[in-house]
Structure formats: C-alpha cells, structure tokens
Design a binder for this molecule. Structure first.
Ligand code: FES
Length: 364
C-alpha cells in the first residue's frame, strides 16, 4: 500500500447497480456510495449537520439529500449544494477493476463545516431577573375571522388577570393565532434527528411554534394551558403543540439537557360533557415529562355532564360563574406561589443521569 493509496474493495459493480445510493462500511469507515449515469461517487456517510446517514438518503440530480433534515452534498465531490459549497463532507476516489468497486480510503478530502449562526432558542437557559412571569396557552380552535366565546379561554383570561394583579408579568399565546407545522416525525427517523431547537423551527423561519418554545423554555416561570374537551380528549391544537414539544423531552433523553427547570404548570379544562380526569391525566403526565412541577391541585375544570345537550346553557354558565372565575384566579396564585418557591430554592437539576422517565442510561 503506497502512502496515499489504500484501495479497498467494497463490492461488485453489479450489486451497486441495483440502487442509486447505498450505505457501506469499508475498514470501519462509513460511506455513501452512489451511482448515476454510469459514474460512481463515494463520500462520507456522516452528514455535517447532526450526523444523519447520507447513505440512507436519496439523490436529487448529483446531490445526496440527507434523510434527516434534507441538507445536500454532491455525491462525488462532497461539496454542499450551490451557495453552501464550503460545507462539505469527505469525498473519496473510486475506480472499477474486474467488475469490483474500489475506494481509496487514504485520499479522502477534508470535512469542512461552514459556520452557522446558532438559532436564538439554543441560547443557554437562564432565568432573566425580574418579576414572576406567567404564560397562558390557549388551545381552543375557532374561526379567527368570526371568533366565538370560548369557556376555556375565558377562564384563562381570568387567571392571567389575577396573576397581573399579583404583580406578575403575563403573556397570552393563542395557538389558534399561530401558523405552525404539525410535527413531521423527525424522532421517528432517529432520536438524534429530533433536535433542540426543533428541526422544523430551524428550517422554517416562518413557523411560529418558536413563540411557544420561547415562552415555555426561556421566558415563563409558570404556564397555564387551557383546553376544551373534544371527544373525551384535549383539543386537536393541544396535541399539535404537544407533538412539537417532543424535542424538549428528547433533549433530556438523548443529550442530558434539562431545558425546563423550576417551572410550574397548571391547567384549565372545560367541556360540555365529560372526561375531565382523563384529559387532566394526559396533560399532567406529558408536562411532567417535560420537567414541569405542579402546585397542589394543579387544574380547574368544568363540564355539564354526559346527559346534557344544552351547550348554549353551558356557555352561559361559564361566562357568568364567579366561582369558576375565582377558581381560575386561585389556580394562577397557586402556580405563582410555587414558582417563587422553586426559584428561591433553585434545586431542580440541570442534568439528570438517566433519561427522565426512561430510567435507562442516556445513550452515548
Ligand atoms: S440534514 Fe443531515 S443530519 Fe440534519
């Protein structure tokens, strides 16, 4: 073997002709081997972004599209797509001899990562000094051009008003007003493909889920989520948000990065019929896994019961009930009191030796 030559046989040309791109291991090196118009290409299998497997990607012309977040690299030169050439992965010479494909592992080009400005959400999570901060998240869906009365929104507004009266800063986020993607299942590709900040947030500057991330991870000391009951479950917008919050939990599981510390969550649940306890159970379970702490009696709720079919009456009850309004105000107070206590103690761990609910060691 000459100094700059280490031709390694990676298989028969006939075998590679079956598929335009294939992942192979040669002398412990992972490669993405491609074939187009009779010409072979060999580049590192490892994407520059967060290590996606290029050999499992697809070809777009002469570019390999990473299967995780769609970055592109030239299948022969390893250069990034036009405009991003400086972001390049190692490329290797290829030759065919006697129907065998050989790659020179000693002559790979150098990997080069172009600097990328970090996403603002990826900054260190540190509580900014100042008064307590309560974010209300409304998950009620409606026609924005012709809004209706929402019982859960109404009670959330009472909670925020009470928080303000207690000296807290408040912020209301109505998911109905935000334009955001449904989770596109990066976690289903690979745990590492589900990134913090969310892959979608990093790729689409117009996606407005960043407002929820900013409030939950960086701004708020306490949050109150309000939801109507829809067919025995929280609202569809609630679940759309919850799926996008997978990245917050996944940061704990795969990177030992606890983003939610010393923060409190409470809930407001309003339904025409019933299933309050099941809705609350899901919410409590999910927000516990994100790292939130709950006050004593962490939710208030109201429903008319299974046999009622008089929603107009239900709406009127919620609108005029001083008890429900006071209940919402007291929930806000319980959340803020606990948040103040947690902040003063600052005992929540910033890392955890096991991946939260998994109880498994965190993968290296
Ligand atoms: S685009 Fe390849 S890992 Fe993200």
């Amino acid at each position: 073997m000459a100094g700059d030559e280490n031709w390694v046989d990676i298989g028969s040309a006939e075998e590679f002709s079956q598929t335009p791109i294939k992942r192979v291991t040669a002398m412990k090196r992972e490669l993405a081997i491609s074939l187009k118009d009779g010409k072979f290409g060999a580049v590192s299998n490892t994407c520059n972004h967060v290590g996606g497997p290029l050999g499992n990607g697809r070809l777009d012309g002469d570019y390999i599209v990473c299967p995780w977040h769609n970055w592109k690299f030239h299948r022969c030169s390893g250069l990034g797509e036009p405009g991003f050439e400086e972001d390049r992965v190692p490329a290797y010479p290829v030759k065919i001899e006697s129907g065998r494909v050989l790659v020179n592992l000693n002559a790979g080009s150098k990997r080069q990562k172009a600097p990328h400005a970090p996403h603002p959400l990826s900054r260190k999570v540190e509580r900014a000094p100042g008064p307590l901060r309560l974010a209300g998240i409304s998950t009620s869906a409606m026609d924005a051009a012709n809004p209706r009365f929402s019982g859960s929104d109404h009670l959330l507004e009472h909670a925020l008003k009470a928080a303000k009266g207690l000296g807290a800063e408040t912020r209301m986020i109505k998911l109905n007003d935000l334009n955001f993607h449904a989770c596109e299942g990066y976690y289903s590709k690979a745990a590492q493909a589900c990134t913090w900040p969310c892959s979608i947030t990093q790729m689409d500057a117009k996606d407005q889920m960043d407002q929820v991330y900013e409030a939950l991870v960086h701004w708020a000391d306490a949050i109150i989520i309000s939801s109507p009951i829809r067919w025995g479950a929280a609202s569809s917008l609630y679940f759309k948000m919850a799926e996008r919050l997978n990245c917050v939990q996944n940061a704990v599981t795969i990177r030992n990065q606890v983003l939610i510390r010393n923060k409190v969550a409470g809930f407001i649940i309003v339904g025409g019929q019933d299933n309050i306890q099941a809705v609350a159970g899901q919410m409590l379970g999910f927000f516990a896994e994100l790292g939130f702490i709950f006050p004593q009696f962490p939710y208030i709720a109201h429903s008319r019961g299974w046999s009622r079919e008089d929603m107009e009456r239900n709406v009127e009850i919620v609108r005029t009930s001083t008890e429900l309004a006071e209940g919402a105000s007291m929930l806000a107070k319980r959340c803020l009191d606990l948040a103040a206590h947690l902040i003063s103690c600052d005992e929540a761990p910033a890392s955890i030796e096991r991946g939260g609910r998994k109880a498994h060691a965190i993968a290296p």
